[in-house]
Design a protein around this ligand. Structure first.
Ligand SMILES: C[S@@+](CC[C@H](N)C(=O)[O-])C[C@H]1O[C@@H](n2cnc3c(N)ncnc32)[C@H](O)[C@@H]1O
Length: 278
């Protein structure tokens, strides 16, 4: 029998990653280069860029699997609705399956949502699992990352002034949910800096917590406000484990609690996840 739910979730992932229209991203980069004068316009290239620029296209396809920007340049972040790549999206899917299968109580929370894609996937997941009455908390400043203020973050300035690409306003994220037909009352926006919003988040139990705030400060603020609310058997996903500042925050948090560092399961070059004991 055809499993339409799996087909839907697979197509949702491909759409969130803009895999279906990926050659248009290459076209835009090509046209940008033509305008900047680094390439000469050729209508043939524009028409069939996938084959005319096969190597570049292959790099772009690979980037959608491993969540790396084309040319390792955030200015090529492109038009996908999530930057996490297929491997981490698949792992998010598996983690959702696990908490549902095991009856872990609680909501789904993401700290650091950018264009909203990971949370939109969670909303699609709930759509095909209508018995699951869970909420999705979408927490972000919606104006990019804070400028570094802690010693641990010095030298890592990802704020809007330096990286405007990382700042996506909440109206745009709400529209992104709507274009997939996934806007709903179960989706709760928490707008503001984590240190202000997360301690007041209106949830007592979290089944899945996704941390994607990059900085020491953002990771620490998320853990301090929310880790104790993660249910026994709940899953914590840390997207930025390749970033030293993020790793340090996780280590410091568990050291402060006098807890061992949980055993991390590696997803790809940066994503890890672990399960809370219980
Ligand atoms: C790497 S992006 C998140 C990517 C996203 N999870 C995805 O699926 O593509 C980081 C996001 O975290 C937000 N952010 C980082 N630190 C924050 C903080 N301390 N308070 C509020 N938002 C923060 C930024 O605004 C940005 O949208």
């Amino acid at each position: 029998m055809t499993d339409y739910s799996s087909l839907y979730l697979d197509l949702l992932k491909r759409s969130l990653l803009n895999c279906v229209y990926l050659d248009n991203e290459l076209r835009i980069i090509y046209l940008r280069n033509c305008i900047a004068g680094s390439e000469v316009f050729d209508a043939r290239i524009l028409h069939d860029i996938r084959h005319e620029r096969a190597d570049a296209y292959a790099e772009m396809v690979a980037g959608r699997t491993n969540g790396r920007f084309f040319g390792r340049d955030i200015r090529n972040a492109g038009y996908s609705h999530t930057m996490i790549g297929r491997a981490r999206l698949d792992m998010l899917h598996e983690c959702l399956d696990t908490v549902v299968r095991d009856g872990v109580v609680g909501d789904f929370v993401e700290c650091g949502v950018w264009r909203g894609g990971s949370c939109i996937f969670m909303a699609g997941y709930l759509k095909v699992n209508p018995a699951e009455k869970r909420r999705i908390f979408v927490a972000d400043s919606f104006q990019g990352l804070p400028a570094p203020s802690l010693a641990q973050d010095m030298g890592l300035d990802l704020s809007k002034a330096v990286y405007p690409e990382l700042a996506v306003d909440d109206e745009t994220v709400r529209e992104n949910f709507a274009v997939y037909g996934l806007a709903s009352e179960a989706v709760v926006f928490a707008k503001g800096w984590f240190k202000d919003t997360l301690p007041r988040l209106q949830t007592d139990e979290i089944a899945l917590l996704r941390l994607d705030g990059d900085l020491y400060e953002s990771t620490m603020d998320s853990l301090e406000a929310l880790y104790d609310k993660v249910s026994p058997g709940g899953i914590v996903i840390i997207d930025d484990y390749a970033i030293e500042q993020c790793r340090l925050a996780v280590a410091d948090y568990f050291a402060r609690k006098s807890n061992d560092l949980p055993m991390m399961h590696k997803v790809d070059w940066t994503g890890v996840w672990f399960r809370k004991a219980g």
